[in-house]
Design a protein around this ligand. Structure first.
Ligand code: MG
Length: 312
């Protein structure tokens, strides 16, 4: 089986409501869909969802890089030879993880279709009967975040994730207000998206929300400050998750050596797809760290791929 054509579709999907985090506000979803066709007539779909603040790629750069530099590499290749395809992509361009993820996901789609199996059966088999997904609340005034979180619980969610990080003093109020609104039995996770920047600010906030029963605090300090993250972890009993600071193996090695996190947030768009994600999972398991599979706010194509990883 050989890949004989690659087609790219640049799409801008509108969001029902804006997604607001510490570093940006998203009103639409700029996504690159990849369609691979094989000589056996199979069609595989992938998606690249770049985030300039996190992956260093833009919508336009990702499209151009895929069209001119990466997509031509997979013509004539067998999608099952995924290690080789990643090696070729790495030799052509370093980083560019969401462009590579788009190709990787489309290759796995082809593998599943060729094997007549759901992709999770190629990744270790079905490991969960159901997946837990939090309701994510954007950065808004504390009372509005509390209202949305309470509504989500009424709608049946058992886990809430809130975005904070634009103002430490208001963030304390946000976290307290949401916990009060959802009661003690609902899981609550907090993502600062680097907004508290340093250890001192992070600890000032965390000290004030110690009684809010947080599942974990995600990426409180700047992405490249893995030493700072390790210091936060030593100073708080709240579990610490790394997100923007962890892309691939290079950062994972440092996170493990410095024992900088309890948990890692794997995103296919940060690490380059399902194949690199499997390697991160194996390393996390060896280091005794927990994982979650997050997303960049993606369409159904990449979201399904992330769920496939969760299933595996
Ligand atoms: Mg995050």
């Amino acid at each position: 089986m050989k890949i004989v054509s690659v087609e790219l579709f640049a799409t801008q999907l509108p969001l029902i409501r804006p997604f607001i985090v510490a570093y940006d506000e998203f009103r639409e979803l700029p996504s690159i869909i990849v369609k691979l066709t094989t000589d056996t007539g199979l069609v595989g779909y992938g998606e690249g969802m770049p985030d300039p603040h996190v992956t260093g790629e833009t919508f336009h750069s990702t499209y151009e890089m895929l069209a001119k530099d990466i997509a031509p590499l997979v013509i004539g290749k067998n999608p099952f030879h995924i290690e080789n395809i990643h090696r070729l992509m790495a030799e052509a361009v370093c980083y560019a993880p969401s462009a590579k993820a788009a190709i990787d996901i489309a290759c796995y789609d082809l593998m599943g279709k060729a094997a007549g199996q759901p992709v999770y059966n190629l990744l270790g088999g079905k490991a969960h009967d159901f997946l837990t997904m939090p309701f994510v609340v954007s950065i808004l005034p504390p009372e509005e975040m509390a209202r949305q979180a309470a509504q989500a619980v009424q709608d049946g969610y058992t886990c809430i994730k809130i975005k904070v990080g634009d103002d430490p003093a208001v963030d304390v109020k946000r976290i307290s207000a949401v916990r009060e609104a959802i009661g003690a039995n609902i899981q609550l996770r907090v993502d600062a998206n680097q907004g508290w920047r340093n250890v001192a600010t992070t600890m000032r906030v965390l000290k004030q929300v110690e009684d809010c029963q947080l599942d974990w605090i995600e990426q409180p300090v700047l992405a490249d400050d893995i030493i700072g993250l390790a210091e936060v972890r030593q100073k708080t009993f709240i579990p610490v998750m790394i997100d923007e600071g962890l892309h691939g193996d290079k950062e994972m090695r440092e996170v493990i050596v410095r024992q900088a996190a309890d948990l890692i947030n794997i995103k296919l768009m940060k690490c380059g797809g399902l194949y690199p994600a499997l390697k991160l999972v194996a390393q996390a398991e060896m280091a005794g760290m927990g994982c979650q599979v997050g997303s960049m706010v993606e369409s159904c194509v990449a979201t399904a791929a992330g769920a496939g990883r969760r299933g595996g």
